[in-house]
Write a protein of this length. Structure first.
Length: 189
């Protein structure tokens, strides 16, 4: 079994949704988690994690961590020697994500309140950056926080960009169209 499939098995979505939605976790759709935010549909999360390509021991930034599901999945994929830095703007969701990760044993995740700039420059650079909300345009600050050889996966409008940092100034970008996300400006800035 590959690392992503194992993470999905080990970190069930049911532990990251409100009680009243627990009967709906197996439906492949986004579900509300409070404060106008959603937990993304499993098929989209799986694709984004595949494009991200996180590896054991990676240092990963999870922007718009919500209820903590993607943070816990990343924690499982990178293993105990890796580290996940989760950033969320909404205090209630930040605390919810922290508690949810603690409950499922994702102990290599640290949660941070989003500040005035995108991402978390304090702990940069990162091997991988995952953004779970749609930006109107690419936040250059996130590219600056990425290591050379690293990868950023981010929704922009109705597409998901997979950006590999080749050198300090060179990037390779693949576009995956046809997605809908909550706006990044509401989720983590």
């Amino acid at each position: 079994m590959d690392a992503i499939a194992e993470a999905f098995k080990s970190v069930p979505r049911v532990d990251f949704v409100p009680e009243w939605l627990k009967d709906h976790v197996n439906v492949d759709t986004a579900l509300p988690i409070g404060a106008g935010q959603t937990i993304s549909q499993p098929s989209t999360v799986r694709m984004m994690l595949e494009w991200l390509g996180a590896q054991p021991r990676d240092k990963v930034l999870d922007v718009g961590s919500g209820s903590g599901w993607t943070s816990a999945l990343l924690s499982n994929i990178i293993g105990s020697k890796g580290k996940v830095f989760a950033v969320e703007r909404i205090p209630k969701l930040l605390e919810q994500g922290r508690e949810n990760c603690k409950k499922v044993g994702a102990l290599n995740v640290q949660f941070f309140q989003a500040g005035k700039s995108f991402g978390l420059p304090l702990h940069a650079p990162y091997d991988r950056i995952l953004v779970s909300a749609a930006a109107q345009k690419l936040p250059i600050e996130l590219l600056d926080q990425l290591k050379v050889g690293g990868k950023l996966v981010i929704p922009i409008g109705h597409e998901i960009l997979e950006i590999s940092k080749i050198s300090d100034k060179d990037y390779e970008t693949k576009s995956h169209p046809g997605f809908i996300f909550v706006p990044l400006s509401l989720a983590c800035r």
